[in-house]
Structure formats: structure tokens, C-alpha cells
Design a protein around this ligand. Structure first.
Ligand code: SF4
Length: 93
């Protein structure tokens, strides 16, 4: 894992906190939300790890926790995975 400088570490902590809160609001327990935010932190700083969770995807409906891509059978909201239908949120095409 990459060694972070002070600025990168502060940014990573803010992101970790934001994710943890979002996962708790979506129904995960405090422990599960923290663990998932930890996994994502490690993923973010491992250049070889390209896994994503559905929460990061434009095709994910966070209200009903379902995938809106008809080619995908179901969403795995809380599991880091590689999905052929993944479409990063916040990126314009
Ligand atoms: S396309 Fe894949 S990554 Fe995106 S919401 Fe559906 S199952 Fe999840």
C-alpha cells in the first residue's frame, strides 16, 4: 500500500468518515460500515485493486438498493467486486 503524506492522509480520513456515515444511514451496523470503509481505504491506495462497490456506480439505486442495469441480475451493494456494468458516479461522458 502506498505511504500517504499528511494532505493525502487528511483527505483519506474525510472520505472514510463520509463513507462510514453513508453506509450506516443505508442500514449497515456501525462495525460493518467501518469495516467496509476500511476495505475501500485499502482499495483506494492499492494501484492493483480495481474493485468497486455498487454505491459508487451510476446504475445503483440507493433507495431500493437495486441495480438499474437490465444486464445485471442483482446488485451487491456492500461487496467490493468487478462488474462489467460498472459506471462510475460523478463522471460525465
Ligand atoms: S452495474 Fe454492477 S456495479 Fe453497477 S449497480 Fe449494477 S451490479 Fe452494481
Amino acid at each position: 500500500m502506498k505511504i500517504l503524506n499528511d494532505d493525502e492522509l487528511i483527505k483519506a480520513i474525510v472520505i472514510h468518515e463520509r463513507r462510514r456515515r453513508a453506509f450506516e444511514q443505508s442500514g449497515l451496523s456501525e462495525t460493518m460500515a467501518f469495516d467496509l470503509a476500511e476495505q475501500m481505504f485499502e482499495r483506494d491506495h492499492d494501484p492493483m485493486d480495481d474493485r468497486r462497490i455498487c454505491f459508487e456506480c451510476k446504475n445503483f439505486n440507493s433507495q431500493n438498493k437495486k441495480c438499474m442495469d437490465p444486464k445485471q441480475k442483482f446488485a451487491l451493494p456492500y461487496i467490493l467486486q468487478r462488474c462489467g456494468g460498472f459506471n462510475l458516479k460523478g463522471v460525465k461522458k
